[in-house]
Design a protein around this ligand. Structure first.
Ligand SMILES: N[C@@H](CCC(=O)N[C@@H](CS)C(=O)NCC(=O)O)C(=O)O
Length: 224
């Protein structure tokens, strides 16, 4: 198996960490997003989305980080993707919630327009409105994550055991470190982030994104 990825990619990190934690035999192939390798051949034909990650399992190519996590967990029989119908449905629910509701406003509304030049809106007015909208929406989603998905006693997103939803969710929420989000109003989120951040694999897997956060640490950002 081969994973096409980039260490600074938010959607690559949960897959890399799951592979690492579970000692899955998988070659890591860096696709250099910064030089545009994903836009050129041969990658552009391998993955017409021109994005990472992509898994190649003996010629079976799979994109979408959420789908890749499910595939790998199922293939390896990992308890992180429970077999029980309702437990699995809960994991799917949380991953869909993160991928659509949360990430749309948090990543593409609040963080990326401020951090990545190609996400910045063309006018100052559009930029300010986008970021203000993203911030307001994120505060609502973080409240739901804090109060309802994790809750005061929750260790992980779907109960007492780690699931692939945690790998996925941690990668997304952690991107807020780029704009210095303050999760203090969300203590359950903070506790869960600390649990995930304390995994032995997190330091190495999150090294590149933390290096990037260091580079932008003096830039002013609107954050939650
Ligand atoms: N929905 C996709 C999103 C993948 C994605 O956004 N990948 C980014 C890196 S985090 C990428 O390859 N971006 C390249 C570009 O936009 O040019 C997934 O979850 O895998």
């Amino acid at each position: 198996m081969k994973l096409y990825m980039h260490p600074a990619s938010t959607t690559s990190r949960p897959v890399i960490q799951f592979i690492t934690d579970n000692n899955i035999a998988c070659d890591m192939q860096v696709v250099d997003l910064f030089s545009g390798e994903h836009m050129r051949e041969p990658y552009a034909t391998l993955n017409p989305n021109r994005m990472v990650p992509m898994l190649d399992d003996d010629g079976f190519r799979l994109t979408e980080s959420s789908a890749i996590l499910k595939y790998l967990a199922e293939k390896t029989g990992s308890p992180a993707y429970p077999k029980d119908l309702r437990q699995r449905a809960r994991v799917n629910e949380v991953m869909d919630w993160l991928n659509s509701n949360f990430y749309r406003d948090y990543g593409y509304g609040l963080i990326y327009p401020q951090v990545f030049p190609h996400h910045k809106r063309r006018s100052d007015e559009a930029q300010t409105a986008t970021v203000a909208w993203g911030k307001e929406r994120c505060q609502g989603w973080l409240r739901i994550l804090n109060d309802h998905i994790i809750g005061p006693d929750g260790k992980y997103l779907c109960g007492e055991e780690i699931t692939i939803a945690d790998y996925f969710g941690y990668a997304i929420v952690q991107v807020g470190e780029l704009i210095r989000c303050d999760f203090a109003p969300y203590p359950n989120v903070m506790r869960w982030m600390a649990t995930m951040g304390g995994r032995p694999s997190t330091g190495k897997v999150y090294e590149a994104i933390r290096g990037f956060a260091e580079q932008v640490k003096t830039q002013p950002f609107v954050a939650v």
